[in-house]
Design a protein around this ligand. Structure first.
Ligand code: NAD
Length: 403
């Protein structure tokens, strides 16, 4: 039962994602119509089982974060309070330090709240743990009665040290739940792009500290603010258990394109896939910009060059969708690099890839080079390029040519 849902981090991405999660537009999405929160009045119909309105909560450091939801979604004061109020918590924060604070801060963090929950009163109906899209209602009684469900153990009084090697319950592919699948009180889904090793460590720490009464997921997204508004994101999911994964997918499909929630494996795998993808994107966008800048210097027709690249081996998402050329309709270049994926975020993601590679002793020289280029772009002039779409690297190259 999708009873109490909380959202933390209502910025450029989190705000439209939360709107799609909390509102009825998801139903339009399921009918195959174009979703988008602006197209329907939000009605906060989340629980489709009995048509009841779901209790929803939000938290953001900025008071204005999630202003459209005010009055219909209750604002709470910390991650800790969120954990005491909501049984499904989603977070969309800038990066690693903010995720560590929101989940692990000893006073205000989600874990602090989880450890205060009384063990004898689960906030989630245990039967609901089996109520997945692939489990018909009629089977629920049978599964429940054939499975011994013990109350979850009390949380430990002390928080164990952060340990990424903590053993998780084995991921099962059977249709019947194992006991460990029945134990969580709270479903946690972090959608931030952060350091994959730290994401895995935080999940492991929370699982261990709560004795699996909370199940953590990493579910970063690809698609940008436009896809977030339309409910057409691609979401890369890392999860500790098959049943938790199905519950998480049920929520996440409200923000994703149809079939867009991709099972990447266990904790850390979702954000690992995201970081690898963005490493490639970071390099591709610079490669495209260098090719286009050289073409311009050689006096080539930009539209011919664009068309040839996109029907040849140099093509990529960057060349097809994210061209810096102002001559190409709907490209970032044609809208002066406003909106899109900010250069400062790409700089952050290149740094995440480098940290992840350092842990594995893997040399990734192109990513080093790409990071130093985005660093320079972000520090150019007054820093205005830092908040423009990262394809603005093309303008930076042109500027360097003139200097
Ligand atoms: P943002 O900076 O616009 O939003 C972050 C929100 O989190 C802000 O509202 C901020 O006030 C809030 N916040 C920060 N610290 C907090 C804390 N300690 N407690 C509570 N709230 C806090 O960032 P964004 O553009 O929404 O990006 C979020 C994540 O999504 C990033 O990891 C980013 O890399 C990723 N992402 C962004 C895009 C994009 O196009 N913007 C696309 C894909 C993925």
């Amino acid at each position: 039962r999708l009873s109490k849902i909380g959202w933390i981090g209502l910025g450029a991405m989190g705000r439209p994602m939360a709107l799609n999660l909390f509102t009825k537009t998801y139903l339009a999405h399921q009918r195959g119509e174009r979703a988008g929160h602006g197209r329907e009045t939000p009605t906060f119909l989340v629980c489709e089982e009995d048509n009841s309105r779901t209790e929803s909560f939000l938290y953001d450091l900025r008071e204005k974060g999630g202003a459209e939801l005010a009055g219909r979604v209750e604002r709470v004061a910390s991650g800790r309070e969120m954990a005491l109020r909501a049984s499904r918590i989603l977070t969309m924060l800038p990066s690693t330090p903010q995720v560590e604070t929101v989940y692990l801060d000893p006073k205000g963090g989600i874990l602090a709240g989880l450890l205060e929950l009384p063990p004898e009163t689960p906030s989630v109906d245990t039967k609901s743990l089996f109520r997945t899209p692939s489990t018909p209602a009629a089977d629920i009684e049978e599964i429940s009665s054939s499975t011994t469900i013990s109350p979850p153990p009390a949380p430990p009084n002390t928080t164990p040290p952060l340990d990424s090697s903590t053993t998780m319950s084995p991921t099962s592919t059977t249709t019947r739940p194992t006991l460990s699948d029945t134990s969580p009180h709270t479903l946690l889904i972090d959608q931030t792009t952060l350091d994959p090793t730290i994401a895995r460590g935080i999940a492991s720490h929370i699982h261990s500290a709560t004795a699996l009464r909370a199940l953590m997921h990493d579910a970063p997204v690809s698609g940008g603010t436009g896809a977030a508004e339309r409910g057409e994101l691609t979401i890369m999911l890392g999860s500790p258990s098959p049943y938790a994964k199905e519950m998480a997918t049920e929520l996440l499909s409200r923000m994703a394109r149809i079939g867009g929630v991709i099972d990447c494996g266990e904790n850390g795998a979702g954000v690992g896939v995201k970081v690898c993808n963005n490493l490639i994107l970071a390099i591709n966008q610079i490669a495209l910009s260098e090719g286009l800048a050289l073409g311009r210097s050689l006096g080539l027709d930009p539209e011919i060059l664009h068309n040839v690249i996109n029907s040849s081996s140099g093509q990529s998402w960057s060349s097809r969708v994210n061209s810096p050329l102002q001559e190409i309709p709907d490209s970032p270049g044609s809208r002066h690099y406003s909106g899109g994926f900010q250069t400062r975020l790409m700089l952050k993601d290149a740094g995440l890839a480098l940290s992840a590679a350092a842990v594995c002793d893997l040399p990734i020289p192109m990513t080093w080079a790409a990071k130093s280029v985005y660093d320079a772009v972000c520090n150019e002039g007054e820093g205005e390029m830092a908040t423009q779409d990262f394809s603005v690297v093309f303008e930076w190259l042109k500027k360097k040519q003139l200097e």
